[in-house]
Design a protein around this ligand. Structure first.
Ligand SMILES: [Fe+2]
Ligand SMILES: [Fe+2]
Length: 152
């Protein structure tokens, strides 16, 4: 059964919410972490903020094109507790694992949008595929960091 426009807008709104929440937590962790091992990860997170913000902008444009409206701060739902700054501000590994979980969830959600839009909305599908490629790149990048930072 083909997806309705409302279902597609709802899926895009969820993606938009996820991207904005990721920006909030990447920003927080890029500021929160400290110590010799943290510097590189802080820089990587700070750089990724722009990329995730760009995703939110692209998704927002598509939501508008489909006739939806963009949620303000009180309409967003923040649930990403696993990516909040760790109590131990030198616990870089916990942050990397949180990033990997966020990227994994994003990847799964973009795959679901690709399936949802099949045969129905190829512009949204194309956008989801483009963003999916970015998120897979992020996952690979942070999997590499995890390998290195997990060494004793
Ligand atoms: Fe993203
Ligand atoms: Fe990402």
């Amino acid at each position: 059964m083909a997806a309705t426009k409302e279902q597609i807008i709802a899926a895009l709104l969820q993606a938009y919410n996820m991207e904005v929440e990721t920006v909030v937590n990447y920003l927080a962790n890029s500021l929160h972490l400290e110590g010799v091992r943290a510097d590189f990860i802080k820089q990587a997170l700070a750089a990724d903020i722009q990329g995730e913000l760009g995703h939110a902008q692209q998704l927002g444009n598509r939501i508008k094109q489909l006739g939806g409206s963009i949620p303000g701060s009180t309409q967003l739902r923040m649930t990403q507790s696993y990516l909040e700054p760790p109590q131990d501000s030198t616990d870089v590994v916990q942050v990397i694992k949180g990033v990997l979980k966020a990227e994994h969830e994003a990847i799964e959600h973009y795959k679901s949008i690709i399936r949802l839009t099949e045969g129905e909305d190829y512009v949204t599908q194309d956008l989801a595929i483009t963003i999916l490629a970015d998120e897979e790149g992020h996952r690979q990048q942070f999997e590499g960091y995890l390998k290195e930072y997990s060494k004793k």
